[in-house]
Design a protein around this ligand. Structure first.
Ligand SMILES: NC(=O)C1=CN([C@@H]2O[C@H](COP(=O)(O)OP(=O)(O)OC[C@H]3O[C@@H](n4cnc5c(N)ncnc54)[C@H](OP(=O)(O)O)[C@@H]3O)[C@@H](O)[C@H]2O)[C@@H](O)CC1
Ligand SMILES: [K+]
Length: 476
């Protein structure tokens, strides 16, 4: 598991070290220079352009530039900091605010201040880092199409949320210091970072409630069948999905459930024929009330909003078992929140942005982690907020960002597969937040596997789940 820390936490961890004179910037610059050097075929003679803002982010770039210059690189710096008042001191000759010690070291190493980008082999973005606020207030120069290394985070990305309120500089590599920040892993920001390298500068960061699970975590939480298990003890999952209009949603949700740990699937809904044809191992009925006992229900994919759908949802809620609500079930409970009143059993909600807005009364907005946490608290449920970087949040504020998502999953029906898989994990006894984290992780990897074969459908994603689950079961 990898932790993610907000700006305030990073600043608090830096403070005692700075007070003790620990050379944090020198460490950051050394890590940055090392990574830049690794991206150049040869450091000697390579042309490196630094984009340098007013603050310490620019300082990092300048000190790293000095190190590269001392290895024979031709390093130039475009100073993009805020203009100094006319006649102001400091770095007066350059007319803008700049990290003075960094500029002095840069010049002493042979670095040159320039006024246009020239023809660099590598660009280093040191315009702003965690000290930025609001949209990027810098006129970005026209840059040639060469690799960009972002210092700490791509300038223009909000470090705490991943929001990009204006322009931002897209990086091929982001070298970040001390630990991951939310802006690097979630929201729009995650699309700007390229590969992320964390450089250890000696910060001791506290335990965090925002994390990224890895394969070892998924493996640790995925239920294993035991020697004494039968089809019932592995868990029975109920799937109430699909309608006359959308029978395929039932088929896909059952496909997702079939890759999970349960030994028995009951399907209830208007897609019973289609489900039985495609999944003969499933016991089908038309209505939830006839389905029999389950250890968890998945309700919603393609369900419709009509009165049989409403009755099925209410019957499933009344069974008082763990539950995953998706799609139409979310729309129904957003207009009938009282239906969930008094429930204490685990509940997972899997909204996309539109469903989120119906449930919460407002769209998620730029801070998707806060949005997921807010809804989780308000509804006393685990919330899996879908997106290119799906966020999972528990009512106590514990949150995860799923690292495996892929654009390949942005196709109809993949959410049905996810809901089915999640329901099977709930029925297999996994607690709701880990069920959501595991399902999102495996589903994302299945999307990646499926995409290797070209354009992806939800059936391809479902088909790839087995291979990924086999990887989980054999991991470590
Ligand atoms: N602290 C440490 O020990 C360590 C810190 N480290 C490094 O320091 C970085 C943080 O440095 P920081 O705090 O100086 O802030 P930083 O990101 O450079 O930007 C602030 C400056 O930018 C400006 N500005 C603000 N918003 C803006 C906008 N929207 N658009 C344009 N400009 C904007 C604002 O100038 P102003 O406009 O107020 O004149 C202000 O001066 C951190 O990310 C890491 O790289 C590492 O060396 C490790 C040790
Ligand atoms: K930057």
């Amino acid at each position: 598991m990898r932790g993610v820390w907000g700006v305030a936490e990073v600043r608090a961890a830096e403070a005692p070290l700075l007070a003790a004179g620990v050379p944090l910037m020198a460490r950051a610059a050394a890590g940055l220079a090392r990574r830049c050097a690794g991206m150049l075929p040869r450091v000697y003679g390579a042309r490196v352009l630094l984009l340098v803002g007013s603050g310490d982010n620019g300082g990092d770039a300048l000190f790293a530039g000095a190190l590269l210059a001392r290895r024979g690189a031709q390093v130039s710096a475009l100073l993009l900091g805020s203009p100094l008042p006319t006649g102001a001191g400091g770095a007066g000759v350059v007319g803008v605010r700049v990290h003075e010690a960094g500029l002095a070291a840069f010049r002493a190493a042979g670095g040159r201040v320039v006024t246009s980008p020239g023809r660099p082999d590598l660009v280093v973005d040191g315009i702003v880092g965690i000290g930025a606020s609001g949209p990027l207030r810098v006129e970005l120069p026209e840059l040639p199409d060469v690799p960009v290394v972002a210092v700490d985070l791509p300038s223009g990305v909000d470090a705490d949320t991943g929001h990009v309120p204006g322009r931002a500089l897209r990086a091929d590599v982001t070298v970040t210091f001390g630990g991951l920040k939310p802006g690097l892993v979630v929201g729009e920001g995650a699309r700007y970072v390229g590969q992320v390298e964390v450089v250890d500068i000696g910060l001791t960061l506290p335990p965090t409630d925002l994390n990224i699970a890895d394969m070892a975590d998924i493996c640790a939480h995925w239920p294993r069948s035991r020697s004494y298990d039968d089809k019932y003890t592995r868990g029975v999952v109920g799937v109430a999905a699909g309608s006359r209009r959308y029978p395929g949603a039932g088929v896909l949700a059952v496909a997702g459930a079939s890759a999970g740990p349960t030994g028995y699937i009951r399907y209830a809904g208007a897609g019973a024929h289609a489900v039985r044809d495609r999944h003969p191992h499933v016991v089908v009925t038309d209505r939830v009330s006839d389905a029999g006992r389950v250890q968890a229900w998945v309700v919603g994919p393609g369900l419709s909003l009509d009165s049989p759908a409403q009755a099925d949802l209410r019957t499933a809620i009344a069974e008082r078992v763990p539950m995953c609500l998706d799609a139409d079930a979310l729309t129904l409970v957003s207009t009938h929140p009282d239906w969930l009143a008094g429930r204490e059993e685990p509940l997972v909600l899997t909204p996309h942005d539109g469903e989120y807005e119906r449930l919460a009364g407002a769209p998620p907005g730029p801070d998707r982690v806060a949005a997921a946490r807010g809804l989780a608290k308000a509804m006393d449920a685990t919330v899996l907020l879908k997106g290119p970087r799906t966020v999972i949040a528990a009512p106590d504020g514990t949150a995860f960002v799923n690292p495996t998502g892929t654009r390949a999953l942005a196709t109809a029906g993949t959410g049905d597969v996810l809901a089915g898989l999640l329901g099977s994990l709930l029925a297999g006894g996994v607690e709701p937040t880990w069920a959501a984290v595991c399902a999102a992780y495996v589903h994302g990897l299945a999307g990646q596997h499926a995409a290797r074969g070209g354009p992806v459908t939800a059936s391809d994603v479902a088909g790839a789940l087995r291979e990924v689950v086999a990887e989980v079961l054999s991991y470590g």
